[in-house]
Design a protein around this ligand. Sequence first.
Ligand code: SF4
Length: 544
Amino acid sequence: MTTTTKSNGQWAVDGRAPLNPNEVFKAADGRPLDVRERVEKIYAVEGFDSIPDEDLHGRLRWWGLYTQRKQGIDGGRTGSLGPDELSDRYFMMRVRSDGGALTTEQLRVIGRISEEFARNTADVSDRQNIQLHWIEIEAVPEIWRRLEAVGLMTTEACGDTPRVILGSPLAGVAADEIIDPTPAIREIVDTYIGDPELANLPRKFKTAITGHPSLDVVHEINDLSLVGVVHPELGPGYDLWVGGGLSTAPRLAERLGAFVPPERAAEVWYGVVRLFRDYGYRRLRNKARLKFLLADWGTARFREVLESEFLDAPLPDGPAPAPSTSPGDHVGVHEQKDGRRYVGLAPTVGRLSGLSLLALADAAEASGSSRLRLTPHQKLVVLDVEPEKVDALLAAAAPLGLTANPSPFRRHTMACTGIEYCKLAFVNTKDTARETIAELESRLAGVELDTPISLHVNGCPNSCARIQVADIGLKGQVAKAADGSDEFAFQVHLGGGLASDERDEAGLGRTVRGLKVLASDLPDYVERVVRGFVAEREAGETFS
Ligand code: SF4
């Protein structure tokens, strides 16, 4: 009797025959990044209708372009329409800013692009990118030209690629930094982003690198993270984590117990990406992230394969990072190691505009700064501010909707793109979150809240705003209101969190079975939860 084992589509084991439609279109082209040439020569000249489906809904992502949700359909709800019917003739464009690092010159270029080509939209995502909307294909080559003239790009900002590298927003400026991740991020980006050999991965590949003790890059939910530690004999370097990811099958990353010396950071990154490329599962798309391979292999086998097949030499064992000692969002005014200040500013749920980016660039320069960082918490940090100019910066930021002293609700609420632009959304996330924050600020103004309660608002079961690692995570869906009409609603998860929230360890929240909250009832619900927590908590108890 013969037994057959179903192929998982691992290139190194099963060969390269494509086993699902996405693998077919990636294999058919061979080099998905080559779509850029067609954009420049054909699509931008002949217009939207000249773009074939596999490029429109597939390969354009390799250059940071997603089709945008069609506006006004079905009262803003998906109804029975499929993703293709929901797409409009416009695109979301994700501008890549590895480490969240932007100069004021770059901020101005994005701001002007936003004004001219993106109807003044600009959202700070929780992956340290700026996202623009309403982009027409005809404008794309000119946008690329302007971005690349100042060292920015959209290369591999989406697609089955190594996405933007999260980096500590305080890289190189914090007095308490264990190690500056800037050289590692730079080497990886300069050497490998845009490399065709790494441009057809089983799924997206997310990286995070920090050397700051606040553990400020949500390292537990990335495919690969390097977290600053001090090895007792070898000095500062990184602790290696792999296999984190949220979405519909959340899993926290695990330590391999390996110490990465700083000069080997890029080599180790390249090794893990190639391991994922060659051994990652490509049969089922919903099983293709690295976390599924890690779950099957376990950390010991993963490390053994990494070291024996993909690295020049084994890695030494190393220590785990210490628990976070300060909030990882860096909001507020703080002293840098050189005596100047970094100023962490909170927009409301990451929403900005092209005009506000331009004004912020002016305000930053007037305060002596020429650089900013985006954070994985939908915030901004202005670096290098002269101490005597902090007040002027704060005064200039306030009319832009930016504050260094936000209410706890504004500070700890995030929202994904939602139904305004995202084709997968069921719910308007940004407006719902903004209205809820305003209500809570008014209703709970006198309530003392000395521990953060995070509220993460997602428009669908995908977890772009990290449902499962929030104190209160909200998953958008449609529900019936009392009069039988459809209403925006949320499934509730409670009790998640990450180390950057100053918890001892990260944890995934739990779905509260059957608990659905209508968007219109959200302020009432959160108010009840917060008041209940404040009334019943014991000393030092956190929400989770
Ligand atoms: Fe879109 Fe869903 Fe992601 Fe929100 S969570 S941006 S609705 S895919």
